[in-house]
Design a protein around this ligand. Structure first.
Ligand code: A2P
Length: 280
């Protein structure tokens, strides 16, 4: 990737702009609208949203206020855990569209796989939700569909359906690489997106990253973002701070050497995010 306008090609040939602007933990209201508008002015064309972030109406106002034609933007949202199943997923999609003031989405994701501790029939629940996603896709209400936080065991049955997921959005940042699911996705033609590519800000003071960043004259946040891109993963950095929003997109004037990539890879603690271990 050489510039912000570069794209990842999804398996159905839809273009995914290489860095997305994250909106998780962005306060609803003026801050969400203003920061989304600013991100678009700064050149981002890909905005990552979700119903559960409880700010989609404000994000939608920011998108509208940017004045950028709809077809130049790539907008993602996700169906939340309480809305799984066919009918609820369709309704959740319509609510998200209306909140965002849009008439189609570019990408719609299942936010989390059903947890096997809560649901004995977790696999069929995921398949029912997926059936709704594929119908939305076939009806051209969304240009691509996928999942988030799925591990290989969750993806296997979806990969046997007539429309295979095109994206898996997982937690990925220095210290948390989830190598197994990332390889599984690459082998099966899914593009991986990274949520919290800056480790929610917590990895930014790491001395290994700082030493690397200093050598390139960049910030540790920029190093994290570039490291994702060089792993062919689409980072979704979140910031509501104007200077950071701009800086997080300014990552195309340097390339991390193989040696520096390996140094960052070595920070991995080998942990994974499995919905079975999360109390929702
Ligand atoms: P803020 O939104 O107040 O600017 P992640 O994308 O991994 O979830 O990380 C988001 C967190 O990292 C937020 O707390 C955000 O703060 C902070 N952040 C985003 N960009 C930068 C940056 N360039 N430098 C320092 N902190 C950043």
């Amino acid at each position: 990737m050489k510039k912000l306008a570069d794209v990842f090609q999804l398996s159905n040939d839809v273009s995914l702009p290489c860095i997305g602007y994250g909106t998780w933990q962005t306060p609803d209201g003026e801050i969400a609208s203003e920061s989304v508008k600013l991100s678009i002015e700064a050149g981002y064309r890909h905005i990552d949203c979700a119903a559960v972030y409880a700010n989609e109406a404000s994000v939608g106002r920011g998108i509208k206020a940017s004045g950028i034609p709809r077809n130049e933007l790539f907008i993602t949202s996700k169906v939340w855990n309480t809305e799984r199943g066919y009918d609820k997923t369709i309704k959740a999609f319509e609510k998200t569209l209306s909140d965002l003031q849009l008439d189609y989405l570019d990408l719609y994701l299942i936010h989390w796989p059903a947890n096997s501790k809560q649901f004995i029939d977790w696999d069929s629940i995921n398949l029912e939700t997926w059936r709704a996603m594929t119908d939305l896709y076939k009806a051209a209400k969304v240009r691509a569909i996928g999942v988030s936080n799925f591990q290989p065991k969750h993806l296997r049955s979806l990969l046997e359906t007539d429309v295979k997921p095109m994206v898996n959005q997982v937690r990925f940042h220095p210290g948390m690489m989830q190598r197994e699911i990332v390889s599984f996705c690459k082998e099966n033609g899914l593009i991986v997106e990274a949520w919290s590519p800056l480790g929610q800000g917590k990895v930014l003071s790491d001395p290994v990253l700082q030493e690397i960043a200093d050598r390139y004259g960049k910030s540790t946040a920029q190093v994290c973002i570039k490291w994702c891109l060089q792993h062919d993963i689409c980072p979704l950095p979140k910031s509501v701070t104007p200077d950071r929003i701009k800086a997080n997109a300014d990552v195309f004037d340097f390339i991390l050497t193989d040696d520096d990539m390996t140094k960052i890879d070595r920070m991995d603690r080998g942990e994974i995010v499995d919905s079975d271990n999360i109390d929702f």
